[in-house]
Write a protein that binds this ligand. Structure first.
Ligand SMILES: NC(=O)c1ccc[n+]([C@@H]2O[C@H](COP(=O)([O-])OP(=O)(O)OC[C@H]3O[C@@H](n4cnc5c(N)ncnc54)[C@H](O)[C@@H]3O)[C@@H](O)[C@H]2O)c1
Length: 257
């Protein structure tokens, strides 16, 4: 039996997305109370349907690049639930697919802003809450693209390497205060994000790109959002009490090949 998360308070960004939603569901099923946040206009219907008990779910809106708005989300979570034990710092975007010489500088800046500055702001705002309590588990969403290169995705690759760096920086800086910081490094997951990358790589031929990607993975398939959520729940729990500064691949063996 995995460690229960009964009574733990979890803040999840990008909670309306595939991996955020799956993680919110699993953490809630293991007993956590969920503060779920996403950008204005995101579809939080499935989240509300999955966790219908209003006392156990707080839905908030913020752009993670907006420090004041993100700060208000952290403050509302603490005001409602008392603290933050688990922080899934997960919101991210893939950006366009283009070779480096053709990659628009504005697009590069946008991806870095959401995926790096957003993750930094999450750490900056949540660490003081956890430090006050003397405990906490942070899980940042990196990627296999945070460990290796990927053609056409320079901004995403750079940003996810930075997420790994921020994870290690936080782990080293805050481990002594009882705060663990780790990251998940998923490979291709069946999701909107991968369909967008497949379309960008070969417009109109996403299915062929999917097959090609899957063929390079030792397990010969994409992962599922639930399979990432399982690792998030493990890292959040006392089962991972001595895991700090780690990068957990969830990639069917992709980076081992
Ligand atoms: N899907 C994959 O194959 C895959 C693989 C490796 C890593 N990841 C990473 O996992 C995380 C979740 O991915 P996903 O597949 O669930 O993607 P998704 O697009 O389904 O979810 C991402 C969520 O982040 C939100 N978001 C985007 N920009 C935001 C902003 N500025 N402020 C607040 N929220 C914002 C979106 O609205 C969305 O709900 C991302 O960081 C992604 O890079 C995904």
């Amino acid at each position: 039996m995995p460690h229960s998360l009964t009574g733990k308070i979890a803040l999840i960004t990008g909670a309306a997305g595939a991996i955020g939603l799956a993680s919110a569901k699993l953490l809630a099923a293991r007993g956590a109370l969920i503060a779920a946040t996403d950008i204005a206009g995101a579809d939080v219907g499935p989240l509300r349907a999955a966790i219908p008990d209003e006392g156990r779910l707080l839905v908030l809106e913020a752009d993670v690049t907006d420090e004041a708005a993100f700060s208000a989300v952290v403050a509302a979570t603490v005001e409602t639930f008392g603290t933050i034990d688990i922080f899934f710092n997960n919101a991210g975007i893939e950006g366009p697919v283009a070779p480096i010489p053709d990659f628009q500088t504005d697009s590069f800046r946008k991806v870095v802003d959401v995926n790096v500055t957003g993750i930094f702001l999450g750490l900056k705002l949540v660490i003081p809450v956890m430090a006050k309590a003397g405990r906490g588990s942070i899980i940042n969403s990196s990627s296999v693209a945070g460990m290796t290169g990927a053609a056409g995705l320079c901004a995403y690759v750079a940003s996810k390497h930075a997420v790994l760096g921020l994870t290690q920086a936080a782990a080293v800086e805050w481990g002594a205060k009882g705060i663990r910081a780790n990251c998940t490094n998923p490979g291709p997951i069946d999701s909107r994000m991968m369909t967008s990358i497949e379309q960008g790589a070969s417009p109109g031929a996403a299915a062929a790109v999917h097959e090609g990607f899957a063929a390079t993975i030792p397990m010969k398939r994409y992962g599922t959002p639930d399979e990432v959520a399982g690792v998030v729940a493990f890292l959040a729990s006392e089962d991972a009490a001595y895991v700090n500064g780690a990068a957990y691949t969830v990639d069917g063996g992709m980076t081992a090949a």
